[in-house]
Design a protein around this ligand. Structure first.
Ligand SMILES: [Zn+2]
Length: 676
């Protein structure tokens, strides 16, 4: 994926002609920090003036271009929510009714406070009634139906080796911290998080009425169970090899592997029939899981399930739960100092839960005309340049090139918004039951996924909404998905940015990046039809692997927060995509009039503007806690290295900013990595 976790909205496009941007309001010029040099730290050179003038708000864990765009989107979503909430006579079941009632139910704190944990009482009672392992597994299957996933993740996805079919998959999971390493690392930061996590769990048990003593005992059980699951889990980098994480077996084999779990029973509770095989991500996890089931008592497991239910729904419960959840997950883990106003939280939760419906109104009423066409134009230009570029690669044989070109030509580009919206007509949303609304949506989502099994693959599906400021490549469909709001470039409202900016941000860091995912260490293992199947000559694959190893080494050397290193293995796919994106974006830019004629704008050469605009695409400043969390659990490198990492491999960058030997960012020409 291109970005982080955010979404976005407004823009320029107004069938307008390109006019020269006024220097005083040109973000590319204004963000430059002239107290540092491009050769010292290009990321800071491009962005630090903005960082200095825009400290991170107390209610946020980061600031920068994503935050700015998200604020724009959120204000649109807020307007949509408010309007829908004020429409009291909206037709029952209409999008307006659902959005309006959902938002209103979230704002109705009187009812939420009065209800307390009552909306989850049925689930808590069922957990309390568990008598044996069989009952435990049955309970887990029913919790899965409302979006709670203890122990593991079981879902209907795609068969990587037969992408035209859906398959049932099972993946490691069941832990409450973002990655297995949190349970074992011994540095002070992680030890503190572990301690605070246990305090938080105890807190939650006290809130549901346990004595302090019981709450401590239950916390102990939960933490021991999670530690056992974490121990059996693969490290982040080890979950990235598509072959090693594809282990197809029959349901009977799986039940045998897990010893104490009858997957036949679980599947029948799901309503899944005629399942002959399951794709298991991590067989050793399943086998360890089976053993741990009898290592802990039923009482321990009840505590674990109770924690899972409450933890999953805490942010929709009353203020005691919501605050406790915020204090741990947002403050301790990400450094956010204070909660934002309730209406802002509910706007985000409405977009999170009903984004598919919000998106329909967003596209109809708020999206500038011509957005889809402009995005497609940039995307197709990138594809054309990419093809020319592949033909010139000196390290690849003609045989592999032909296949790479064929794969590139078949990349399907979904841009703007879906042609077909998901059908939420069966979801019941009312004005007086916030948590139940969420439960209903989770249930719908689960059923929808289960019902896909055995049916033909739906290629029209989107996994993001149009107002999500992000994008993705999906290897099993060989497709990229670029939501409409990627058209937003803050600072260029009401006018078309110059091509350096369009190609630095939308061309390079969005389309170029996503297409390169089809050719990164993972994507390159899928063929043009999305099947996990080798299409490379042996020699070319070896050369490619050598190059990816160089990327791993380059990024592993980057140090964050004094002592933490970037996880070069886990982030390599993203780093390869970043490098490909900047290289191809640059070549596409050089075909525009501005690029060809090297036009100066506001004192910057065309090339300088291009690289600075790419730096702007990653203008993100995170709190240290958030940065540490990213390093441990995210496959994307921190923004500083998403900028400095690719550019130091590109000769034109050196020329544009006169980077010389002796400068901190200098790499000898022989060390500069060229892949795509
Ligand atoms: Zn990516």
């Amino acid at each position: 994926m291109k970005k982080i976790i955010f979404a976005a909205s407004v823009l320029f496009i107004s069938a307008c002609s390109q006019k020269t941007i006024d220097k005083a309001s040109d973000p590319i010029v204004n963000h430059i920090d002239s107290t540092t040099s491009a050769g010292e730290n290009f990321f800071l050179y491009a962005n630090n003036n903005w960082f200095k003038n825009n400290p991170i708000h107390s209610t946020e864990n980061s600031n920068g271009i994503f935050r700015t765009i998200q604020d724009t989107i959120n204000s649109t979503v807020f307007a949509i929510c408010q309007k829908a909430a004020a429409t009291k006579d909206a037709a029952e079941g209409s999008n307006e009714q659902k959005i309006g009632d959902f938002y209103s139910s979230g704002m109705d704190t009187l009812t939420i406070e009065k209800l307390g944990v009552q909306p989850l009482q049925e689930e808590l009672n069922q957990i309390a009634a568990i008598k044996d392992l069989n009952g435990l597994m049955q309970n887990i299957a029913s919790l899965n139906k409302i979006g709670v996933s203890p122990l593991f993740n079981l879902f209907v996805g795609r068969d990587d080796k037969k992408s035209s079919e859906y398959a049932v998959s099972l993946y490691q999971g069941g832990i409450g911290l973002p990655d297995r390493d949190y349970y074992f690392n011994s540095d002070a930061r992680t030890v503190n998080i572990r301690n605070e996590y246990q305090k938080h769990i105890t807190n939650i048990f006290v809130l549901i009425g346990e004595t302090q003593n019981n709450a401590s005992q239950k916390t102990n059980a939960v933490f021991q169970i999670e530690t056992a699951l974490a121990k059996a889990s693969r490290k982040l980098a080890d979950t990235r090899d598509p072959y090693k994480n594809y282990n197809k077996m029959s349901v009977a084999q799986l039940s045998k592997l897990s010893k104490n779990i009858s997957f036949e029973n679980m599947l029948s509770i799901y309503g899944l029939k005629n399942v002959d095989s399951i794709i298991v991500g991590q067989p050793e996890f399943v086998s360890a899981l089976g053993e741990s089931l009898t290592k802990f008592t039923i009482v321990d497991w009840q505590a674990y399930l109770t924690w899972n239910v409450i933890n999953n729904y805490a942010s929709y419960l009353n203020k005691d739960f919501e605050r406790a959840n915020f204090n741990f997950y947002s403050t301790t883990m990400s450094g956010t100092k204070s909660q934002k106003p309730r209406y802002k939280r509910i706007v985000e939760q409405t977009d999170g839960a009903l984004g598919e419906l919000v998106g329909q109104i967003y596209v109809a009423n708020y999206l500038p005309k011509g957005t889809k066409e402009k995005l497609l134009e940039i995307g197709e230009n990138i594809r054309t340049v990419y093809a020319d570029h592949i033909k010139t690669l000196s390290w690849m044989s003609a045989e592999t090139k032909t296949k790479a070109l064929s794969k590139l030509a078949k990349v399907s580009m979904k841009v703007g918004y879906p042609d077909k919206w998901k059908d939420l007509s069966s979801v019941k949303i009312t004005r007086d039951a916030y948590l139940t609304n969420i439960k209903n949506i989770n249930q719908w989502s689960f059923e929808r996924s289960i019902q896909k099994y055995g049916k033909p693959v739906d290629k029209t599906e989107w996994e993001m909404t149009p107002q999500t400021y992000n994008a993705y490549y999906n290897p099993v469909d060989n497709e990229i998905v670029v939501p409409a709001c990627n058209i937003i470039v803050p600072g260029f409202e009401g006018q078309m940015p110059d091509d350096a900016v369009l190609y630095g941000i939308i061309g390079g860091s969005t389309f170029g990046h996503e297409i390169t995912h089809g050719f990164d260490d993972q994507g390159s293992q899928y063929d043009e039809d999305g099947n996990l199947k080798d299409w490379w000559t042996k020699q070319d694959r070896e050369k490619f692997t050598e190059k990816t190893k160089a990327i791993v080494a380059q990024y592993s050397a980057y140090v964050v927060l004094d002592s933490m290193h970037v996880n070069g293995e886990a982030t390599q796919g993203e780093n390869i995509a970043d490098l490909g994106g900047v290289v191809i974006g640059y070549e596409a830019f050089k075909k525009t009039k501005q690029g060809k004629n090297n036009e100066m704008i506001n004192g910057l050469t065309a090339d300088q503007r291009y690289f600075l605009a790419y730096g702007y695409a990653w203008m993100v400043n995170r709190r240290p806690e958030n940065l540490a969390r990213q390093i441990m659990s995210d496959v994307h490198s921190p923004s500083e290295f998403r900028v400095n990492g690719p550019v130091v491999n590109i000769d034109e960058f050196y020329k544009a900013f006169n980077i010389q030997k002796g400068d901190k960012l200098w790499r000898d020409e022989s060390q500069r990595i060229k892949i795509w």
